[in-house]
Design a protein around this ligand. Structure first.
Ligand SMILES: [Zn+2]
Length: 339
């Protein structure tokens, strides 16, 4: 049994006690005025949240809302000059079905480093792709020499799920504390086995993502607008952090079920702006996210809504509210985010 007590200093409200028993991680988390009892297992996650009055809320996510498009794009940009042309000379991985595909690419050569939404897509020769989804706590680390990552080798660091040795002496390591990530090897462009990727919406920074297209996409559903954004269908790559940020910037209630054309135009602009700034800042590091060279992003210092429940809205000074909507902790301004 491992007992770990952690405090996130960036978000002073976040205190947690973690108890690891076998494959279960039990956590008591105090966050944003809520107390959560959380069980994390490789097969899933269960959580119960209590607010300050003792009222119980439905299960919610807790640990990290990461990584989203800007974090994966930051990693892609770092790996793009390093991987193409390199061959995989050796690989090792955890034996689970989620990480075993790492071993399939020994002998293959990297050709391209692409991305779709939150998926990193590494093109291989002979018409295959390695698809990497970082889940909640995944890290993809590259070093020019094996020695540079000696403490993070497979079999040495218990959280390293896969590693690849390259023909130039470099090493690529996949590390994932919570094991919500996944590796797949697919035929080029065939995402039929990856449901979210097969139905993913346009890239937010592409010309194909338009205000009219966003309005049309969200008008097809009556689910909460935030939940629709998280589904990846109206637009790719948005998770809990950038959904809260973009909805705040567009002054839209995250629980709205329909939005007007002008609101869709504001949201379109806000999504592009929030994503572009976060990429410029190298992504948001709350806890686990690291870029491919192991450094932290800096966008956590630019967040204006996410994680600020109880603090004053930067637009109108009303205290921001925070509650679980569709199983995700959501923060918004009750005064200036009306539908
Ligand atoms: Zn406000």
């Amino acid at each position: 049994m491992v007992l770990h007590v952690g405090k996130n200093t960036r978000f002073g409200q976040d205190l947690e006690v973690e108890i690891v028993v076998g494959r279960w991680v039990a956590k008591v988390v105090v966050r944003f005025g809520y107390v959560g009892l959380v069980g994390v297992h490789p097969l899933g996650l269960a959580a119960v949240w209590f607010n300050h009055t003792g009222a119980m809320s439905p299960s919610g996510t807790l640990v990290t809302d990461m990584p989203e498009l800007p974090e994966v794009e930051t990693i892609r940009r770092q790996l793009a000059p390093l991987l193409p042309g390199r061959s995989v000379t050796g690989a090792d991985s955890h034996g689970s079905e989620k990480f075993l595909p790492a071993r399939l690419i020994v002998g293959a050569r990297f050709a391209t480093v692409g991305r779709r939404g939150k998926y990193l897509i590494i093109g291989l020769d002979e018409d295959h792709e390695l698809v990497v989804h970082l889940g909640m706590t995944g890290q993809l680390l590259h070093a020019a020499t094996v020695d540079a990552l000696a403490p993070l080798r497979f079999g040495t660091d218990p959280h390293v799920r896969a590693e690849w040795l390259l023909d130039d002496g470099a090493i690529l390591v996949y590390r994932d504390v919570r094991r919500f990530g996944r590796l797949r090897v697919v035929e080029t462009g065939d995402y039929s086995s990856i449901a979210t990727l097969a139905t993913i919406g346009p890239e937010p920074l592409d010309q194909t993502f338009t205000a009219a297209g966003l309005h049309e996409a969200v008008s097809k559903s009556t689910r909460h607008i935030k939940t629709q954004l998280l589904s990846q269908r109206p637009v790719a790559g948005i998770g809990n952090i950038y959904a809260d940020e973009a909805l705040w910037a567009a002054s839209i209630d995250p629980a709205a079920r329909t939005i007007s054309r002008p609101a869709a135009a504001r949201l379109h602009h806000a999504i592009r702006s929030v994503i572009r700034s976060a990429i410029d800042n190298g992504g948001t590091t709350l806890r686990d996210y690291r870029t491919a060279d192991g450094s932290s992003g800096s966008n956590q210092f630019a967040l204006v809504c996410y994680g600020r429940g109880g603090e004053p809205c930067l637009r109108c000074e009303t205290p921001l509210r925070s509650k679980v909507i569709d199983a995700r902790t959501t923060t918004w301004c009750p005064a200036c985010q009306r539908r």
